[in-house]
Design a protein around this ligand. Sequence first.
Ligand code: NAP
Length: 283
Amino acid sequence: MAIGGGTRLTGIFGDPVAHSASPAMHNAAYAALGMDRVYVPFHVLPGQLPAALRAIEALGLLGVNITVPHKERAARLLRHQSAEARALGAVNCVWPRRGELYGDNTDARGLAADLAALRAPLKGRTAIVIGAGGGAAAAVLALQRLGVRRLVITNRTRRRALNLAARFKSARIEVRDLRALNDPDLIGDAALVLNATSVGLEPGPFLPLAWDAARTDCFFYDLIYAAEPTAFLRPALERGLRTADGAGMLLRQGALAFELFNGVKAPLQAMREALYARLGRSA
Ligand code: NAP
């Protein structure tokens, strides 16, 4: 598509940003819908975030995604934001309206939509979240929405897990340390074990976990996405258990952002194909 005088811009602010798969997904969506719009990665250094946010209105951008390391800072800078962004303390989309900036966070809705599409059986069941950072917070919100009965957060730093549990104020949330992953009773009770740590980004095995105690219908979900099965998913796959990585969450949070920025339904299949091509795997 040729860029012309009427072309409108959307994009993503991050540091780094060159690795982001979002431009491929959003530009594929514009091409599929024949829209005269482009989605551009903007390398925004931390000190430049306030100026970059002000430029959204000045440059007439329709909306931008916010990624690492700016999500929490953007939440502190924006006056208008959704209840969901406030609950997560992080913003991943910003758009202008009538001279003001608005923020939302589509990570939890993206994950909930992906888990629903995968038909992971969660209502009234037990889910374990490993990790207590931004991804884990989105997972806790999504799992509460999907009606889990018991939610166990395990994290290397206990204080961070306690803070996360306190933020969602629910008697259904328990905090355990990482050794609990080796407890067959806990793993055997779970319908979902979700990795929201960065363990697996580097080569090497995952944390000790009682894989053999898992129920046959237990779902293993890794927020990390890659061309090949991740270190967390490999032992589950070897045992014939159900697995998914975070590509589906990434796709669906992107589709929700596309709809916020452009006001039209996102072409999910075109975005999925572009994402999978970017990740180097077949659709
Ligand atoms: P974060 O806020 O930096 O949190 C990182 C988490 O990993 C913390 O809980 C940290 O524990 C834990 N961790 C790091 N190294 C560890 C180790 N060696 N052993 C045990 N725990 C360790 O990161 P985040 O934003 O939540 O992201 C976490 C992962 O999710 C990343 O890989 C990210 O790419 C992915 N993610 C994917 C999506 C998606 O759309 N698919 C969305 C969000 C995030 P401590 O608290 O003890 O430091």
